[in-house]
Design a protein around this ligand. Structure first.
Ligand SMILES: *[C@@H]1O[C@H](CO)[C@@H](O)[C@H](O)[C@H]1NC(C)=O
Ligand SMILES: [Zn+2]
Length: 414
């Protein structure tokens, strides 16, 4: 039995700037989330907006969701042609996320609250300890600050490493807390239902699962210590004071193509200096390459939030489709229907560039082409902007359950 008591997550400070002082957390009280429409052909304007706001929540979209300090709202409104409030008080929404709870050995109650990083690692270790004959903890290398990327491998009747791989990554973007909860729920379901649920048994016997719930641990910790809305890793850039590469713009495939990432180190989508120059990214691409060369990759899932999308390649070109585009679409349609059947939650599906926005150096383009994965998908979980990344704790269980129905459908079909 293990229990860690943690301090309240959301202790607020009387400090409001987006760059926290050492040891202080950004206080978002009174900040608003706005959805703004930019005039046509406004690349320069995007940079101005990025400088003005605290965070761009959905960099790349035509309508930007931004979090802005009260003092900057008027200046922002002057730059855009339309703006709509999607959250009146981001600080108040953060409080609805709930407080960290003491951690006890794995049970469903894990999925009723958010947790500190150390507890996530303990959850994986404790879950694995209950199923030693068909699971193992693995590591994929280290983050910038030396944290180990840690995951759980799950296999069935064929024995360890005998089946095509299913690779699942969570929390690549630090602020997307619902995604580590959701990927952990997949592992939880696969292991706890194996003996009692014939559908789950069939799937676990068919694949080797490699689930890494938090592939950006430094960023994740930073969202808990300094800035809840941080996205990137915590890598410094020579000659620049801005921090962080976007790990999902750093994969070494079509990294050099323009228009789907930023070359500005201060941007939310900074691509880095060279393809694959983020250590987290090197660890992840090495995993993909190793599994490609051993048993092959059947399915790759990169779990993000928010927006309620299921997307597949390609990100770097809006006109290209994978050769099995029709199968990608069929699996996605069935997952979309499975999610809707659980909760009514509506997902939009499609090739990522043409459906959402252009991305270069993204995970699913890499796994599709370089990784030779049969299927590659990005999920964008709940919601569509009301809470955005700070989904209240009472939405964790509904979200993980509906998403499980979607991925279970994909596991059956893949
Ligand atoms: C790619 O995967 C397919 C199975 O989906 C396999 O038949 C083929 O040999 C693989 N190609 C390479 C280059 O690994
Ligand atoms: Zn993301």
């Amino acid at each position: 039995m293990k229990s860690i008591l943690t301090s309240a997550l959301l202790a607020s400070t009387a400090f409001s700037s987006v760059v926290p002082r050492a040891g202080q957390k950004v206080d978002y009280d009174g900040f608003k989330a706005l959805r703004v429409t930019l005039p046509e052909g406004s690349e320069n304007l995007k940079t101005q907006i990025e400088d003005l706001v605290a965070h761009v929540l959905n960099p790349g979209k035509k309508e930007l969701d931004v979090v802005v300090a009260p003092k900057d709202i008027a200046a922002l409104k002057a730059l855009v042609i339309e703006s709509k409030v999607i959250n009146e008080d981001v600080g108040a929404a953060l409080k609805e996320e709930g407080e960290f709870k003491a951690y006890a050995v794995p049970s469903e109650s894990w999925f009723t609250a958010y947790h500190p990083y150390a507890d996530h690692l303990q959850f994986l270790r404790d879950l694995q300890a209950g199923y030693t004959s068909n699971s193992a903890i693995f590591t994929l290398g280290n983050s910038v600050q030396g944290r180990t990327l840690t995951g759980i491998q799950i296999w069935g009747a064929g024995g360890r490493g005998s089946r095509p791989a299913v690779i699942i990554h969570g929390n690549v973007h630090a602020r997307e807390w619902i995604t580590s909860m959701t990927t952990e729920y997949f592992a939880w379901q696969l292991l706890t239902k194996y003996a009692s649920d014939a559908n789950v048994k069939a799937i676990v016997d068919k694949f080797d699962f490699y689930i890494t719930p938090i592939v950006n641990p430094d960023g994740f910790v930073y969202t808990q210590t300094n800035d809840r809305l941080w996205r990137k890793n915590r890598q410094t850039v020579s000659g620049n004071t801005c921090v962080g590469r976007d790990i999902n713009r750093n994969w070494p495939y079509k990294w050099e193509v323009t228009g789907g990432a930023s070359t500005n180190p201060c941007s939310e989508t900074y691509k880095g200096v060279a393809p694959g120059d983020a250590p987290e990214n090197r660890a992840l691409s090495a995993q993909v390459n190793t599994l490609r060369d051993s048993r092959g990759i059947r399915l790759y899932l990169d779990i993000h939030s928010y927006g309620q999308y299921i997307l597949w390649p390609y990100g770097y070109n809006c006109n290209l489709r994978p050769e099995n585009n029709a199968q990608h679409q069929t699996l996605a349609q069935r997952a979309q229907a499975a999610i809707r059947a659980v909760s009514g939650t509506a997902y939009t599906i499609g090739p990522s560039c043409s459906t959402l926005y252009a991305t270069t150096g993204s995970s699913t383009d890499y796994t599709d082409v370089t990784g030779n994965a049969t299927y590659s998908y990005t999920y964008e979980l709940r919601d569509t902007g009301t809470y955005g990344f700070t989904l209240p704790a009472n939405q964790i269980q509904p979200t993980v359950r509906e998403t499980w129905a979607g991925v279970l459908s994909m596991f059956k079909d893949a």
